[in-house]
Design a binder for this molecule. Structure first.
Ligand code: NAD
Length: 525
């Protein structure tokens, strides 16, 4: 059983998820030396921000396959050292989305109705009903700078309040924006059209001081500016000046250039600026979800899967992930299946991505196929992280093509392997969330590629299926499913049997010896 070391406190729900994947040891007492001594026994390590997962720790973790960070930043993990060893580093970047999005909506409503100011006024003994007359958000235009994980959640919630939502994000596709009811526009158009602008971008060289005096000057008179992303994106001095000049209606801030801001900062006692102390992610649910999200990532990684958020694997856009995720298991199984049928040197591999797979970045699917192909014949641990490197070292070259047509399926993954004298082709799809192989070498079949399988290529004739069944029965192997594909009656055919237990070498030899059986393979997935 895999062993998982947890060195900092994570939510019980997360521990429960880990507990289903392996034996979990929570050791909150480990110092640097203690971690170095303990790590060799563990398959996975889960930390928050205090544990330093240095190259030394990674080297000492001879069995390590995954390191999880319950949270977003991975500054405390030597990701390069992990990548070199094929260790997947997962984090929990989505755990805060809802918390920050809901705070943003709270701040928008707070600005619209001056809720904090009205509260303070009443608490100070005043009853100022006319002073706190506000405006309704319905029908107003919200401009989102950044339509990533948090920006999208803000958009969905703002749409529910009947706001018009614009966004500027150079990476997000028009399809994705349309899906959540957002109009993608240029930065200039957004700034000029929005009644409220909310910022949801990372702090980078490109976003530092993005809202400087010149940009603020472009905003609609009386508009509002919000920032619950990172300090440094708004020029705080220019913001205060624009509000004092009556140019902007107000602002709401969760983050600051310096945190906490200096006690004499004009931001802190401005009547038109709502300030909260970087509490975007501070909800019970966000803490829980950081634990469960990282636990799910680690559990997926150590059971050979492709986790949703792997820091050292390619980033997949959310809309692409929805399409790709169901195909990953299929891709791994197809790689592993095909490799068990190949007995001579491979000349070339080709992947064809059809239908819904043709319009997204299919790199994770390709990695999953490689993982399957290599795992079947490797004593090394193959993960989506080191698969491309090992494939390159082994000279495995894979060509790819796309095809918008997927016959009658929404998506089809076709794997072709050419050896000196054979071309093997498998086509797979996902039906009701389950992987299915639907064609092989021109035969129409339909089976779920998992567990023990028996494949035969034979001549279609009466009694053939019975013979194979009898031989398996004599060996006490139970058949759970049977699929036969043929071209024409009494010509070449292919049979796939799903088995409760793998067929032994002896019974395989007897099946191969049957008249009219060309080839028979025992496959374990
Ligand atoms: P994300 O990576 O999912 O999305 C960021 C988006 O910004 C991306 O789609 C990217 O293409 C876009 N972007 C980058 N540069 C841009 C630019 N110059 N103009 C327009 N768009 C640009 O990130 P996320 O998880 O949505 O987080 C957004 C921000 O919120 C980050 O800065 C993050 O650190 C911050 N955050 C704050 C809190 C808090 O407590 N207030 C909590 C969590 C996250």
């Amino acid at each position: 059983m895999d062993r998982i070391l947890v060195t900092e406190k994570i939510a019980d729900e997360g521990l429960a998820v880990l507990g289903r994947a392996g034996q979990v040891d929570v050791r909150l007492d480990l110092d640097k030396a203690g971690l170095l001594a303990a790590i060799a026994d563990y398959d996975a390590l889960v930390v928050r921000s205090a544990t330093k997962v240095t190259a030394e720790v990674i080297e000492a973790g001879v069995k390590l396959r995954a390191v999880g960070r319950a949270g977003t930043g991975v500054d405390n993990i030597d990701v390069d050292a992990a990548t070199r060893r094929g260790i997947i580093v997962v984090n929990a970047p989505a755990s805060n989305n809802i918390a920050v999005a809901e705070l943003t909506i709270g701040l928008i409503l707070g600005l619209a109705r001056q809720i904090p100011q009205a509260h303070a006024s009443l608490q100070s003994g005043k009853w100022e009903r006319t002073k706190y007359s506000g405006w309704e958000v319905r029908g107003k235009t919200l401009g989102l700078i950044g339509l990533g994980r948090i920006g999208s959640e803000v958009a969905i919630r703002a749409r529910a309040m009947e706001m018009t939502v614009l966004a500027f994000d150079p990476v997000v596709s028009f399809d994705r924006a349309e899906q959540i009811g957002v109009e993608l526009v240029t930065m200039d158009e957004l700034v000029q059209r929005s009644d409220v602008i909310s910022i949801h971008v990372p702090l980078t060289d490109g976003t530092r001081n993005l809202f400087n005096a010149a940009r603020i000057a472009q905003m609609k008179p009386g508009a509002f500016l919000l920032n619950a992303s990172r300090g440094g994106i708004i020029d705080e001095t220019a913001l205060v000046e624009a509000i004092n000049a009556g140019k902007l209606g107000g602002a709401a801030l969760d983050v600051y250039n310096t945190e906490p801001p200096p006690a004499d900062s004009p931001l802190l006692r401005h009547p038109k600026i709502i300030t909260v102390p970087h509490i975007g992610a501070s909800t019970a649910e966000a803490q829980t979800s950081a634990g469960t999200e990282v636990a799910e990532g680690v559990a997926t990684a150590i059971t050979g899967g492709t986790p949703r958020y792997a820091v050292n694997a390619p980033f997949v856009a959310p809309e692409a992930w929805q399409v790709l995720q169901p195909y990953l298991g299929l891709a791994r199984s197809m790689g592993a299946l095909i490799m068990q049928l190949i007995q001579e040197p491979v000349r070339s591999y080709e992947l064809e991505f059809c239908g819904e797979l043709a319009s997204v970045d299919t790199q994770p699917v390709k990695l999953a196929v490689i993982q399957g192909l290599l795992s079947a014949n490797s004593s090394e641990r193959i993960t989506p992280v080191n698969a491309p490197l090992i494939a390159r070292e082994r000279g495995v070259r894979i060509s790819e093509r796309t095809n918008p047509d997927a016959e009658n399926y929404s998506g089809l993954l076709i794997v072709r392997v050419q050896t000196a004298d054979t071309l093997r082709t498998f086509s797979g799809t996902v039906l009701r969330g389950e992987p299915h192989i639907v064609q092989s070498d021109g035969y129409f079949v339909d089976f779920v590629p998992q567990g023990a399988l028996l494949l035969t290529y034979h001549r279609d004739r009466p009694g053939m299926i019975g013979h194979v069944g009898t031989l398996l029965g004599e060996d006490d192997v139970n058949i759970s499913g049977m699929y036969v594909g043929r071209q024409l009656p009494r010509q070449r055919a292919m049979m796939v049997l799903t088995l409760d237990e793998p067929a032994s070498d002896e019974v395989m030899a007897r099946i191969r010896a049957l008249d009219d059986v060309d080839q028979a393979y025992s496959v374990k997935l």
